[in-house]
Design a binder for this molecule. Structure first.
Ligand code: BGC
Length: 751
């Protein structure tokens, strides 16, 4: 299809019309020219195709589809190939349902555990998040169906999400928030990107040329179209100029008319409109030209994939030997989530699931199971009768397995949580049961971290997250040892909400949300502060054990333009087969000019090992693994020094380490002035040389004396002088140093 030619035949009104939806879910057709309308539908973890009444909050029913584990769970798999497979399956389902773009994945950073939509997001770490997003995108798009990477950018809370401004500094935006999108855009080329509701440093994301055009298109080579989040457009013409091509849903023609008017008045260059129409049509035809009209929606096979996936995502947080359970034992399954699990979140990602299986049903042939309800799903206050029944059931069994977590009302798109607690009735139930049961296992269904006041009272905790429609089957598989858990946390579980770095500022002051914790999000903060956490980032147990050895670096000295190959051997030292998610962190050297995280995740890989088996994992680290965002260069920069490469089982379980010396090939230009400190001058080789003649012998009052008690030592004198600005030499040199002298030397240094 010659898109340029097609657009050249369109009237101004037709082109403007193309830039907004026909209705809630479709693009507009241009019948005169044979351009059909195509449908977009929600994802991310399954298809929400609304055939009838439409809405963006998951209120009206959609067609039956498979609900896969939500982003919170998927990320815990640490397995981009697995999320690729899920994406591929969703892509096939889209082909079967004639959907051109499935909205997702969602790569917003989990800034606070309170964000109501954290269940859809992947991680507090941008590298893990962007890798998982890339896997999802590649999988879906392998079926010639588009994705929409969302919600771009700095949409990290639900509270006032359509009016608030997320205010962050350049380095924080680059290193944390943009980085979570960047890798996915560059690596997997999403067909569309969805621009978020909020403002970024005062400008609506939808009108933000810097991020929509300068960064996304010009720096990252994005070649699809940008679609607004549903209803996010503020000023249609301004957003078109900034780089937002498609407005969704339909604006009843109002905004189309504004575009036409703007072209006529000269406020909008028609070439901008032409380009937007071309970009939208390129994606429409990429779908239409590669249609797989004979695709089938294989519900049974896809449900089985949902079960397998949920099993790979689950994180065994604690296990004092209670798990796995022996088949055939007497088990009390307690809690209403055992029957009807909470397996997905509320809002636009809500799927009309094909089949939901609870663990009670799934495990019925694995053991002798009694059931006690324990609590009412939406209740907060305890019902003592339910607790008493649960206690009796627990006493009579070999093990009590309590299914607990967060009810729908506790977390959803559209609002944030106000605390990190589970319902009181569930906490009370767990303590009461743990007090009498021989063994107590807690299985959790939640989209975001919770406080666990009972953690020391129970024997095991299995985090299933919102694991999709087959989560009950997956939980049974793990509980009874058919599947060995291999998920690891993609976020920190703090001991309490107040420990979280964004605590003081979340959710801002009305519409002003300051990201004052900067780059110290999640483990970057807890590590720097050496804080205890409930469960650290990257943590997850297995029914077997793994040993790490032979960490090898391809060199011990490199330039920042070189790549480093890192390899490590991992051995399964236990008696059952298992998978291990190996994490590679880079620890930067301490230095004076940059406040930096202790370590950052720069690579990871998941390996499957039989008992006794050893495999070597290999990773490649490039400049970005050592770099920070330099706000003078407005670019990534590496500080020369010795970096430590850590091979780890979690962010707090480092198994091997090795050093590499990295030399920067880029000098940050520095212009010296009278207010630079003498320390700055001395730290720069050239400046130190130029200023040597006047600095040599300069002292403050009496000369330093290292021999006399109470006198100023040389070291003290140097420290004091280092903190003085150059200009102060005028005040303290008794006229020996003049401003002409200083200016001349500065000119020489800056030349
Ligand atoms: C959500 C998006 C979603 C869209 C369409 C919005 O409210 O933020 O994630 O894709 O609605 O349902």
């Amino acid at each position: 299809m010659d898109i340029k030619n097609l657009v050249s035949q369109m009237t101004l009104e037709e082109k403007a019309g193309l830039c907004s939806g026909k209705d809630f879910w479709h693009t507009k057709a241009v019948e005169r020219l044979g351009v059909p309308s195509v449908m977009l539908s929600d994802g991310p973890h399954g298809l929400r195709k609304q055939a009838e009444a439409a809405d963006h909050l998951g209120l009206n029913e959609s067609v039956k589809a498979i609900c896969f584990p939500a982003g919170c769970a998927m990320a815990s798999s640490y397995d981009p190939d697995l999320i690729y497979e899920v994406g591929q399956t969703i892509g096939q389902e889209c082909q079967a349902e004639d959907i051109s773009v499935v909205l997702g994945p969602a790569a917003c950073i989990k800034r606070s555990p309170l964000c109501g939509r954290n269940f859809e997001y992947f991680s507090e770490d941008p590298y893990l998040s962007t890798k998982m997003a890339a896997g999802h995108i590649k999988g879906v798009q392998s079926q010639n169906v588009g994705t929409s990477l969302k919600h771009y950018l700095l949409n990290n809370q639900e509270y006032r999400r359509m009016s608030s401004s997320s205010n962050a500094d350049e380095r924080t935006i680059r290193e944390i928030y943009l980085a979570s999108f960047e890798g996915a855009v560059k690596e997997s080329k999403p067909w569309t990107v969805m621009c978020s509701y909020n403002k970024i440093n005062g400008t609506y994301a939808c009108e933000n040329k810097k991020y929509l055009t300068d960064v996304l298109r010009n720096e990252w080579d994005f070649d699809g179209y940008v679609v607004s989040d549903w209803g996010a457009v503020n000023d249609r013409v301004a957003s078109l100029i900034a780089g937002l091509e498609l407005e969704m849903p339909a604006s009843g023609g109002l905004n189309d008319a504004k575009i036409v008017e703007a072209v006529k008045s000269g406020a909008l260059d028609e070439a901008v409109l032409d380009q937007a129409a071309e970009r939208i049509l390129t994606i429409v035809y990429r779908y239409l030209d590669n249609r797989k009209a004979d695709a089938v929606f294989d519900y049974e096979a896809d449900d089985a994939l949902a079960r397998k996936t949920a099993g790979e995502c689950a994180v065994l947080l604690k296990n004092d030997g209670a798990l796995p359970l022996a088949k055939g034992i007497n088990a009390a399954f307690i809690g209403s989530f055992a029957k009807t699990p909470r397996y997905q979140g509320g809002g636009s990602s809500h799927i009309n699931s094909y089949r939901v299986t609870g663990a009670l049903e799934a495990a019925k042939d694995m053991a002798h199971i009694t059931y006690a309800k324990g609590y009412d799903t939406e209740a907060d206050v305890s019902d003592n009768t339910l607790i008493d029944e649960a206690v009796e059931a627990a006493k009579a069994a070999d093990v009590a397995v309590i299914f607990a977590g967060l009810p729908d009302s506790f977390e959803s798109e559209g609002y944030d949580r106000t605390h990190m607690r589970m319902p009181n009735c569930q906490n009370a139930l767990i303590s009461a049961v743990a007090a009498v049961a021989k063994k107590t296992v807690v299985v959790l269904h939640n989209g975001s971290p919770v406080e666990m006041p009972w953690v020391n009272e129970v024997d095991a905790v299995l985090e299933m997250y919102l694991g999709g429609e087959a989560v009950g089957g997956a939980a049974a598989d793990i509980l009874f040892g058919d599947v060995n858990p291999s998920g690891k946390l993609a976020e920190t579980f703090p001991l309490r909400l107040e420990d979280n770095p964004s605590y003081l500022y979340y959710t801002g002051e009305k519409d002003v949300v300051e990201y004052r914790e900067g780059v110290f999000v999640g483990y970057r903060y807890y590590d720097k502060k050496k804080m205890d956490v409930l469960f650290p980032f990257g943590h997850g147990l297995s029914y077997t054990t793994f040993e790490y050895s032979n960490l090898t670096l391809s060199t011990d000295s490199m330039k920042d333009t070189d790549t480093l190959t890192v390899s490590v051997d991992v051995t399964n030292t236990g008696s059952v087969a298992g998978k291990e998610a190996v994490q590679i962190y880079v620890q930067a050297p301490e230095n004076e000019i940059l406040i930096r995280s202790v370590k950052e995740l720069r690579a990871f890989g998941k390996v499957s090992l039989e008992p006794g088996e050893t495999k070597t994992l290999t990773f490649t680290l490039d400049k970005r693994a050592f770099a920070y965002w330099n706000t003078t260069l407005h670019d990534w920069h590496v500080l020369s020094g010795t970096y430590t490469i850590l091979a780890a089982a979690s962010s707090r379980d480092i198994r091997c380490q090795a050093d590499v010396n990295v030399t920067s090939t880029v000098t940050v230009p520095q212009v010296f002035h009278l207010n630079n400190t003498i320390g700055d001058i001395l730290a720069d080789e050239k400046a130190a040389k130029v200023f040597e003649p006047i600095l040599k012998g300069f002292s403050l009052g009496a000369p330093a004396d290292d021999t006399k008690e109470g006198a100023v030592t040389e070291e003290m004198m140097d420290a004091m002088i280092a903190n003085m600005p150059l200009r102060s030499l005028l005040s303290f040199s008794n006229g020996a140093i003049t401003d002409t002298m200083l200016l001349e030397l500065l000119e020489k240094v800056n030349a």
